[in-house]
Design a protein around this ligand. Structure first.
Ligand code: AMP
Length: 388
């Protein structure tokens, strides 16, 4: 059943207050919506552009209910929201995607069970709840392998690589008794992702296959379109569609994959929200992933995902601040490169502070430009220092 769309002029709410919420809020305000954001933090990337920043813990269900009663629809930019918070929102407002979608995808074991149940391809894994489980799992999967905590994992947080079975005890000690999964280390040819959207009537759109390079488990560079065969493309898109349909997800969802050297796709993880590998869509597509999230959340028809020009996106981590403020003017000297900064107050190493997107006639050109622009940010800082 589809309800009437929530139209511009209405207020929408977003749980979470990071860069994904910020770009959602920018898209929403551009279309004439008001935006309320809810998180435990102040002066946040989202709060800086929202109409209202509510600062309270996710567990404060009275505050959550007040937030939900003041908006027409609630969406998320952070999937580790307690199930009770999503449930409290749904007493007062439309919640998209449904809280159950978050529940499945916020825990690696539930997510892997869901994917296996639907026959979707995964890297070999075992559930681990004790040192004995871990030892059996290592014997079954071999080394190298990766132990990951089942909850609250992203960007390599909560991951321990094991190169030798004798490392089991130390790894289990570091996991601190938390529920985990052990995964075989995949010797992949590359990593790819599909960002897709599903509307209230079940309509499905996608942004094609994007190719991603990670450094220290954190996304570093995305190229769109990715360099994969047509068969891989259609398989990856079909998997993204199955995932969204089987989860009955309304909104945006990203499926991250490993592509093996013999061209097999293995699902790495799901994110039921806009994703870092879809940031290029803000500048390079007719409708960005953030506007698509808004449209889906509000029950509007989805927009075109057409790629206007090949694009590359490079993340800006806190590390580039280590020698002082990056040279923004130097990066601005690249006329086809767009700068996005998230307004975060402190630049810690590994923290996502912003990104650059380059548009060019070919994706290789876009990659060259975005990397040159990123290098220029700190080259000049180094030059200035050495000339002092
Ligand atoms: P995750 O937080 O699980 O997405 O992991 C972040 C990154 O770590 C991935 O994008 C990969 O680059 C790497 N990684 C995670 N799991 C594996 C695995 N099983 N095999 C190889 N690389 C992995």
């Amino acid at each position: 059943m589809t309800s009437r769309p929530i139209l511009p002029g209405s207020t929408v709410g977003i749980l979470g207050s990071g860069q994904l919420g910020r770009m959602f809020a920018i898209a929403a305000r551009r279309m004439g919506y008001r935006v309320h954001t809810y998180s435990p933090d102040t002066d946040t990337p989202t709060g800086q552009v929202a109409d209202l920043e509510i600062v309270a813990p996710y567990e404060d269900l009275d505050a959550v209910r007040r937030f939900a009663s003041q908006v027409r629809a609630v969406t998320f930019e952070f999937e580790n929201i307690p199930a009770a918070t999503a449930a409290a929102c749904s007493e007062y407002s439309m919640v998209r995607p449904r809280g159950e979608v978050l529940h499945t995808t916020q825990n690696r074991i539930r997510e892997k069970r869901f994917l296996s149940q639907h026959g979707l391809p995964l890297a070999p894994f075992r559930e681990v709840n004790s040192l004995a489980d871990l030892e059996l799992a290592i014997a079954a999967l071999g080394t190298p392998c990766i132990l990951k905590t089942a909850g609250f994992g992203y960007d390599g947080k909560g991951q321990i690589k094991l190169y030798n079975p004798s490392a089991a005890e130390e790894a289990w000690r570091r996991a601190n008794g938390q529920e985990c999964v052990l995964e075989a280390l995949v010797d992949f040819a590359c990593e790819v992702s599909v960002v897709a959207a599903r509307g209230v009537g079940g309509e499905f759109v996608h942004y094609g296959v994007v190719e991603n390079e990670h450094k220290n488990h954190i996304l570093d560079l995305s190229r769109a379109p990715g360099r994969v065969s047509e068969r891989v493309q259609s398989e990856a898109i079909a998997i993204a569609r199955t995932v969204m349909e089987q989860l009955d997800a309304v909104g945006v969802l990203c499926v991250e994959f490993f592509l093996t050297k013999d061209e097999r796709l293995l699902v790495n993880e799901l994110a039921p929200r806009p994703h870092n590998s879809g940031h290029f869509t803000f500048d390079a597509c007719v409708t960005s992933q953030f506007e698509q999230q808004l449209r889906a959340t509000c029950g509007l028809p989805l927009g075109s995902t057409e790629l206007l020009r090949p694009a590359a996106m490079a993340n800006l981590l806190g590390d580039i601040w280590q020698d002082g403020e990056p040279d923004w003017a130097a990066a601005s000297a690249f006329p086809s490169v767009k700068l996005h900064l998230y307004g975060k107050l402190s630049a810690r190493p590994g923290r996502k502070m912003g990104h650059l997107t380059a548009l060019a006639p070919t994706v290789e050109d876009a990659v060259a430009q975005v990397l040159a622009a990123r290098a220029a940010l700190s080259e000049c800082v180094g030059d200035k220092k050495s000339s002092i």
